[in-house]
Each structure stands twice: as C-alpha cells, then as structure tokens.
Write a protein that binds this ligand. Structure first.
Ligand code: NAD
Length: 353
C-alpha cells in the first residue's frame, strides 16, 4: 500500500503508529478530520492478519466516524484506533501503554470501547489519559437513545415514502432483539405497528412475542416477509446480492452498522428495486450523540434534542438523493462534506481576520 497516496485519497489528517517493546504494543490511531471538533472514535483490539489489514480498518472506520458525527451535527470529527493483538494476549500494561499514546495527542483524539475492549479496559486506559469516554455511564447506556433515533428515522422514511406520520397498522420486521432492537420494538408497538421479529436467541424472541404480540420467524425467514419496513438491528453485511432479491419491504431502516455488504453496488440495487435505504451511520447516530453528551457533561434534554434532528437530517438526505439521482449513502456524504467545508471556511476566515 502506498501510504501517503492512500491517506491523500481518503483525506486523513494524521496516522499515529504506536509501538513499544516492553510492554509489547502495536497500535494505529487514525485521525481522519478535526474540522468540526476533536476526532472521536472507539478503540478496537483485533488479531489482524497483517499490518495492512489493520491500517485499512483504521482508515475506513475513522472516515466513517467523520461522516457519522457531521451528519449528527455534533462538533466532533472522526478517528479510530486499532490495537494489533490477540485478545488472549491483552494485558493491563499494554492498555496503559496505549493510553499514554492517546494522551500524547492532547485531546485531538477521544476514544472509547469497541470490539474486544471491555468497560474495565476503558478504565485501565483512563489511568493514563483523560481522553476516554464510557468510563462511567452517566446516561444508562446508548441503546435506548439509539433505538429512539432509529424509530424517528423510520418515521422520516415513512413520511417521505407515503406522506404520512401514522405508523398504525404498518408491518415491520425487526432482525435482532438485543439492546437496541428490544427498545425499538417497544416504540413501534406503542404506535400500533404489527411486529415480525427474529433473533438467534429463542428466549429473546419469546420475550418480544410476550410483551408486544410479535410474530416470531426463523432468522433466515426475516428477509422475505411481506412487510412495509425491514429493520436490521443485529449485524452488518446483511443487505447483499443474496438477500436483496428476497426483500419485499419498501424501506430499510435499522441500527446495525455497515448493513450494505458493498455500499455502491447494493445501494444502487436498492434504488433499482424502489427500496428507500436509511444510511446506517445517520439513523444509528444516537450512540455517538450519547457518548458526545457524556463527554461534555450529560444533559438528557440536550441529548434527546440532538437525536430528534435525525428525523430532519434523513428527510434532507432523502431529498438530495431523489433530486440528484444518487444513493442515500452518497447523499449523506454530500451533506457531511458540506458541513465540514463550512466549518473549515469559517476557521480560515477567523484566522485571516
Ligand atoms: P446486541 O448485541 O445487544 O444485540 C444484537 C442482537 O442480534 C442479539 O440479540 C443477537 O442474538 C442478535 N443476532 C445476532 N445474529 C443474528 C441473526 N443472524 N439473526 C437475528 N438476530 C441475530 O447489540 P445492540 O446494542 O442491540 O446493537 C445492534 C446493532 O446496532 C449492532 O450492529 C451495533 O453495532 C449497532 N449499533 C448499536 C448502537 C448502540 O447504541 N447499542 C449504536 C450504533 C450502532
């Protein structure tokens, strides 16, 4: 990989290679863009097959965070860190060494918990740096607010597609009944929606059937149901060449990250099938909004106000996509780029003044 060429193409500001012998640590911190504020992005620990795979993950995920924060309209930029290690080899010394690297960035990068990093690990990193979030949960965790954002996103998509605010009587399929999916089912049930659900855990599915009268289907049946809306709330990559032909829903709106296996190809296929796709990093921004508010001193009212913006932001994205005949993912990137450019221009003007 031509590093500077790749970084130039993707627009990153800074890549920090962190290396230590004693304790052994290999990590990469990628800062994509800080025009709107400090780069926020969680830390992932993973046994990458090689350094190039680790770097690619850090570059791709940090750029995603820039778009996510910009679309959520919060004053933060995008970053991501990856520690190259086997989870079994993780030690407190390694995490503290990593924390010192984060500290060396003096707040340009603020991190939290991702794959293979536990809340206890975050507390260990916090011994060396104050630039971590999620050390103590002041808000009760991000899932309820994320679910609310997804619910509002569904309402925006329904409004755009059928020009109505009413969800009553609509049929919605929810894949995954974990922290977000369960809360989403509650909102939908309260608004008279007929629920169809699946989870690989029969207990979780039975609970939602009991609470909200949902119809439980087998995990592989969820795609082909005769429903109005499909809400993926389990894992990524599930909108792909195998599942798109099965989908009958007119709207896809869920919390799972990276739902499209291939953004361009599958985004385009959804347009051809007349399905409105809510970009995942816009509709599931409740999580980052929550983390950002914990960082600045949690104020529930303010956090919920920011989540309410997801509705208007998605309407704006749908109209850009419709007018410019582009995918909703491309439209959301355009919106994010506009906000970033505006922030950069105003900074330049301030310096010049
Ligand atoms: P979770 O782990 O609590 O729930 C995921 C659920 O999906 C589990 O109940 C699991 O059994 C189920 N599942 C796994 N594979 C499945 C399959 N093949 N079919 C059906 N169900 C399956 O996670 P969560 O916090 O509810 O998050 C859900 C998704 O939303 C994840 O992709 C997460 O990355 C994303 N997300 C979550 C938040 C948040 O605030 N929690 C924020 C942004 C994005």
């Amino acid at each position: 990989m031509q590093l500077f060429e790749t970084v130039r193409e993707m627009g990153h500001e800074q890549i920090l290679y962190c290396h230590g012998k004693n304790p052994e640590i290999r990590a990469i911190i990628a800062i994509h863009d800080t025009s709107l504020g400090p780069a926020m992005g969680a830390t992932r620990l993973y046994p990458y097959v090689n350094e190039e795979a680790a770097l690619r993950d850090a570059l791709r995920l940090s750029r995603g965070m820039t778009y996510k924060a910009a679309c959520a309209n919060i004053p933060a930029g995008g970053g991501k860190a990856v520690i190259i290690a086997n989870p079994a080899d993780k030690t407190d010394e390694m995490l503290r060494a990593y924390g010192r690297f984060v500290e060396s960035l003096k707040g340009r990068f603020i991190t939290g918990q991702d794959v293979n990093i536990t809340p206890q690990d975050v507390r260990t990193i916090n011994q060396e740096t104050k630039y971590v979030v999620g050390v103590e949960e002041k808000s009760g965790g991000p899932a309820p607010i994320t679910a609310l954002g997804v619910f509002l996103g569904i309402k925006a998509a329904v409004n755009f597609t059928w020009q109505t605010q009413r969800l009553e009587g609509m049929r919605v399929a929810v894949q995954g009944l974990g922290n977000v999916g369960k809360n989403l089912c509650r909102h939908l049930h309260e608004h008279g929606v007929q629920l169809f659900v699946s989870d690989i855990s029969p207990e979780k599915a039975a609970e939602i059937k009991h609470l909200y009268g949902a119809t439980v289907v087998e995990p592989e049946e969820i795609y082909g149901l005769d429903v109005d809306i499909f809400s993926p709330c389990a894992m990524g990559g599930i909108i792909n060449s195998q599942t798109i032909p099965l989908i009958q829903a007119k709207i896809i709106a869920g919390a799972a990250n990276n739902q499209l296996e291939n953004e361009r190809l599958h985004g385009q296929r959804l347009i051809e099938k007349g399905i409105l796709y809510c970009p995942d990093y816009v509709i599931n921004a409740g999580g980052i909004i929550n983390v950002y508010n914990e960082m600045i001193g949690y104020n529930e009212e303010k956090a919920f106000q920011q989540v309410n913006n997801i509705y208007d932001t998605l309407l704006k994205i749908f109209s850009i996509a419709h007018q410019q005949a582009m995918t909703t993912n491309d439209a959301s990137k355009r919106l994010a780029d506009e906000r970033i450019l505006k922030a950069r221009t105003s900074k330049t003007q301030q310096i010049a003044a």
